[in-house]
Design a protein around this ligand. Structure first.
Ligand SMILES: CC(C)(COP(=O)(O)OP(=O)(O)OC[C@H]1O[C@@H](n2cnc3c(N)ncnc32)[C@H](O)[C@@H]1OP(=O)(O)O)[C@@H](O)C(=O)NCCC(=O)NCCS
Length: 436
């Protein structure tokens, strides 16, 4: 394939993701380490691209290495208890200094717009503010954490207003109290609480390492239950990755649908994760991220996207959105990370204890993994529950597939009366039947 064709194919393949992500809210956390890296500008360009694709972006940055450095310059050492920083009066000064410096650096980078650069014409508006109310962490196991705090409240209305205006919201890990005090917060916790409070579609935590199995393979997905086990078993995890994973569990358990753990050190990790089939990070969700379920009205655009190429080729008969809507209760789908990758329907035929299997399709990227089989099994179960004695299918291309699954070929004039009108002789599809 020449470069042009592969570029065009790549762009077309990413279009379902572009549609799926538009107008969705993503909260993205990255540590202060990211700013010390020369490749940080690439990440900034990726944020700009997400914003221009209509994604509502909240960016939450960390400042741990900057605080450590500021303390070092003052000849002081960082104090921790159980991996949590104890923020004394002097350290608080370093926290303020670091948060201010990092924030303006990020704002400056997001303001770039030099001609012929990736940000040319982007004209991004970045807003920061007193969106987080905090309270002291207090005394734990006899240790006074002083100005280390935890999130008490998020002003989600104010953040939503900024997102509604198309502004990127940039949040530092600092919270303010009604008494006018300022607290040093965990940036992962801030990002998670914001994602929960905004009911964000995705929380993306950019860490300094990937989640890998004992044999060194990337773990593509984990449920919250598996994530807990992974934290307990995996001794090689950096403290910051552990914190990110714990935040991910909390986020999922509090209603965030998808939490992605991405290795920040992989150039383009964010775009690959969001706009390609299998991504490059670890997806954490409270339930399995691929599920077979009955279809609902809001699935219709996704079903049409899946079946229209097959309709154009004449493999499936054409269906209008209205027809789909009327019969939506007959359909089941396989949804994978928000995309519909498989569907089929069982239409009852009046007065005949017969069902018609129709509109069976699996997205080409996901075929040959028993998903077609899974849908068929589910329909056969449904047919039995509805008291059908037989099911039919009409097929121009997949008769062998049905025959291998226990169907037998019949003559079109053996169809029950109620099905005769559904059969189009001009299409000359094979008639397949299975007794229940
Ligand atoms: C038919 C279809 C639903 C099967 O889905 P799937 O998830 O790939 O199926 P499974 O994984 O359960 O089964 C895969 C097996 O079926 C075979 N198979 C796939 N499509 C086939 C076809 N059209 N005819 C015969 N065998 C087929 C595969 O080669 C594979 O067998 P193998 O492992 O021995 O190589 C899918 O290929 C599809 O969507 N096709 C286009 C739409 C279509 O034809 N729909 C039927 C309309 S009646």
């Amino acid at each position: 394939m020449n470069t042009n064709a592969s570029f065009v194919n790549w762009f077309r393949d990413s279009s379902p993701y572009i549609h799926a992500h538009r107008h969705r809210t993503f909260v993205i956390y990255f540590g202060g380490e990211a700013l010390l890296d020369d490749s940080f500008t690439n990440l900034i360009h990726d944020f700009a691209l997400l914003n221009s694709l209509g994604i509502r972006l909240v960016l939450v940055h960390g400042i741990r290495p900057q605080i450590d450095n500021a303390l070092k310059i003052r000849g002081q050492s960082s104090q921790f208890y159980k991996a949590l920083r104890i923020t004394g009066k002097q350290s608080l000064q370093c926290v303020k200094e670091s948060a201010g410096l990092v924030r303006v650096d990020i704002e400056a980078l997001l303001s770039q717009g030099v001609a012929n650069s990736p940000m040319s014409g982007a004209k991004l508006r970045v807003i920061s503010g007193n969106f987080i109310t905090a309270q002291p962490l207090g005394v734990i196991e006899g240790v006074d954490f002083q100005y280390t705090g935890k999130v008490r409240r998020i002003d989600n209305t104010a953040i939503q207003q900024q997102l509604d205006c198309g502004n990127i919201t940039l949040i530092s890990p600092i919270g303010y109290s009604p008494s006018g005090d300022l607290f040093n917060l965990s940036a992962e916790q801030v990002a998670t609480e914001i994602a929960i409070s905004l009911q964000a579609e995705k929380l993306i935590l950019m860490t300094e390492q990937s989640c890998q199995s004992a044999s060194g393979e990337l773990i593509a997905q984990m449920t919250t239950h598996e994530t807990k086990r992974f934290i307990n078993l995996e001794s090689q995890l950096a403290t910051s990755t552990q914190q990110a994973l714990k935040s991910a569990i909390h986020g999922c358990q509090s209603g965030v649908k998808r939490v992605h753990i991405l290795n920040r050190l992989i150039d383009g990790a964010l775009l690959t994760e969001l706009f390609s089939r299998d991504g490059i990070g670890t997806l954490i969700s409270s339930t399995q991220f691929e599920a077979l379920r009955p279809a609902i009205i809001s699935d219709i655009p996704g079903i049409l996207e899946l079946i229209s190429p097959l309709e154009k080729k004449g493999i499936l008969i054409s269906r209008s959105p209205e027809q789909l809507e009327i019969n939506i209760a007959d359909y089941i789908i396989i949804e994978r990370d928000g995309l519909i990758i498989g569907c089929t329907a069982l239409h009852p035929i009046e007065d005949s204890q017969t069902g018609l299997i129709a509109c069976l399709a699996i997205h080409p990227d996901y075929q040959k993994s028993a998903r077609g089989n899974q849908l068929l099994e589910e329909l056969l179960k449904k047919a039995a529950q509805q008291g059908f004695s037989q099911v039919f299918a009409f097929s121009t291309q997949s008769m062998q597939w049905f025959i291998e699954r226990g169907f037998s070929e019949k003559d079109a004039n053996q169809l029950p009366n109620g099905l005769q009108t559904s059969y189009n002789p001009a299409r000359n599809a094979k008639v397949l039947c299975k007794l229940i």
